[in-house]
Design a protein around this ligand. Structure first.
Ligand code: ADP
Ligand code: MG
Length: 353
């Protein structure tokens, strides 16, 4: 799609000059520190692009700068260095805009602080729209409640809803004004595991149907692997990788990303070599499902723990120096203490690891 930006949008910064050829959201060399007991660099030199009508997930361990990055994108925080651009125009920072937050975006924050607990679902959502056209207000509220599958809860008070239902109301409230971008910080934290997947699928549908752009933060990548088109991996405030989930999963660029996405075993060259993998690489990444076990009375490894997960089990094995996590089918008959031989079926190496 070619956009011809002649005049700045309503949400703009005086004297800003449009930059062509950028993705929908573009961050360049973004840094932001906080003054706590000691100064903390929350994000450090981030350069990234976020494409339109896709789901982008920002992932990383706790404290890696995910929420800070999301707030910088929205314009809730002022960067110390660098800038964020939306459709080529600089996102105003809180000093430059009376009500902070870019007009084309809406954010669903962690927790449900924005919801009015004692009002009902309908009022929480409808209150986001002006009274200038009551028919439009009614029809948009109704459509949004249907889209989030909470139309049957219209008359219920927020206080009486489950975590998953509250999260749907929070999202409906953000979407009713038809933003172009929805930002979500750990949106599935308060949602029961059994409802999480349907909520993820519903958000995915909305993106596919409406062209909404979603940027979400997660510390649990397993939950977003299936719904994200792109992942941005943060570590200690640095961007360490940005790519499609399947690619990052199969070929993690470093051990941190491998651990985050796959809970991988990270082996030294010597450890790998003891398991029959001869390579020049200093580090060998082996996902738990890339290993297999076989009962073998004289083998050096033994089973120390088995976590039953239904159709698979996560088995911890160790020898005198090395512990490994292995995913095997539940039909495999393993017991604690059993001697097993370990075979690497597949591995990945990275000189940068
Ligand atoms: P994440 O969302 O990945 O857990 P954050 O972006 O919240 O990480 O925080 C990154 C780092 O910045 C952390 O060390 C955090 O303690 C610090 N930080 C974030 N916000 C503030 C703040 N308002 N004041 C002081 N330190 C902060
Ligand atoms: Mg956070």
């Amino acid at each position: 799609m070619v956009s011809i930006p002649t005049t700045p949008p309503s949400c703009s910064v005086p004297n800003d000059v449009h930059r062509d050829g950028l993705p929908l959201i573009h961050g360049e060399n973004l840094s932001r520190s906080f003054q706590a007991k000691e100064p903390v660099v929350a994000v450090n030199g981030l350069t990234f692009g976020i494409a339109e009508a896709q789901v982008t997930a920002i992932i990383g361990e706790s404290g890696s700068g995910k929420s800070t990055m999301l707030r910088l994108i929205y314009g809730l925080l002022e960067p110390d260095e660098g800038e964020v651009r939306y459709r080529g125009w600089r996102v105003p920072n809180p000093r430059e805009k009376l009500i902070p937050g870019h007009d084309a975006m809406r954010m669903v924050s962690q927790g449900f602080d924005d919801l009015n607990t004692y009002a009902n679902v309908w009022d929480n959502v409808a209150s986001q729209l002006p009274n200038t056209d009551l028919a439009v207000k009614f029809s948009r509220t109704e459509a949004t409640l249907h889209r989030l599958r909470i139309a049957h809860l219209t008359k219920q008070r927020i206080a009486d809803l489950s975590g998953g239902e509250k999260q749907r109301v929070a999202i409906a409230r953000a979407l009713v004004r038809e933003p172009e971008v929805l930002l979500m910080d750990e949106p599935f934290n308060q949602v029961d595991a059994s409802f999480r997947e349907t909520l993820q699928r519903d958000i995915r549908h909305i993106v596919d149907e409406t062209g909404l752009t979603v940027v979400l933060v997660s510390h649990d990548p397993a939950e977003v692997l299936s719904m994200a088109d792109q992942l941005i991996v943060l570590r200690h405030g640095h961007l360490v990788a940005a790519d499609e989930p399947a690619l990052l999963y199969r070929q993690p660029p470093d051990s941190y990303t491998a651990r985050l996405l796959a809970k991988s075993n990270i082996l030294t060259n010597a450890e790998a070599s003891a398991l029959g993998i001869i390579t020049d690489a200093t580090t060998v990444i082996v996902h738990p499902e890339w290993l297999s076990l076989e009962e073998s009375p004289h083998a050096s490894f033994h089973v120390v723990d088995i976590q039953f997960k239904g159709f698979y089990q996560v088995v911890a094995v160790q020898d005198t120096s090395l512990s490994l996590q292995v995913i095997v089918s539940s039909v495999t008959d393993l017991r604690k203490g059993m001697r097993v031989s370990v075979r690497i079926k597949r591995f990945h190496t990275n000189d940068a690891s």
